[in-house]
Design a protein around this ligand. Sequence first.
Ligand code: ATP
Ligand code: MG
Length: 246
Amino acid sequence: MTPKNHPRYESLLLREKIKDAYKEGYLSDSGMIAHGRGETFDYLLGEKTTESSRIAIDVSVAKLLLAENPVISINGNTTALVIDEIIQLAKLIPAKIEINLFYRNEKRIDTIENILNKKGYDNVLGTNKDELLYIKDIKNPRATASKNGIYSSDLILIPLEDGDRTEILVDSGKEVIAIDLNPLSRTSKKANITIVDNIIRVIPLMIEITKKFRSYNKEKLKDIIKDFSNKDNLKESLKCIDLNRI
Ligand code: ATP
Ligand code: MG
């Protein structure tokens, strides 16, 4: 048990959640490495939501509210850290939830599906029973998607995704919102909108902003989106890494 007065208490608590998810079998060993990489960037960014992240979050929420068939993609890390908040956000938008794992196996999928079911969420896509198709007929395990979910969606929120998958989604004409603490990853550069921030801060903020933006009309939502440049925003995020902070 981590003592509450430990200076890195919050961070250690997240590590515990990641370790537990690994022990429960739904998070891969690579998922733990991915978390470690995230921690590094979070440290460098000051472990807070920056102004550029805030802008990207506003744009993302506006996009999600305007989309025809938005889908939130979840994996082991997302499930371990923010599954309650993801369910809340999906209901508010409304958006579908689809499981997508880098190392897909039946047991991991079933475990994540059961976690959602126990929380009263039954309509999860990408399960073992679901019909999966290859996006644009690309016969690559990173190109599978649920027929009624990502396969037919116009906008996908991908917290923690790898570059290959992001590339397939974007190149197939879908709009992609990524949440990734590394502003230099292929995912961050390839996505249409990248939120350079920690999912544990981003999803609760998205819930708050969705509640506010829900009453806006289409024109007002489009106004929020119109001047956004992902490249410029990524550059702003990089500037937030202050290497002289000592
Ligand atoms: P790419 O293939 O896009 O270049 P990668 O191979 O470097 O990416 P992966 O290991 O596939 O990255 O995905 C992990 C990414 O998720 C890392 O960039 C890491 O910074 C980020 N990440 C890890 N934990 C979190 C978190 N809690 N919130 C946001 N991002 C996170
Ligand atoms: Mg990768």
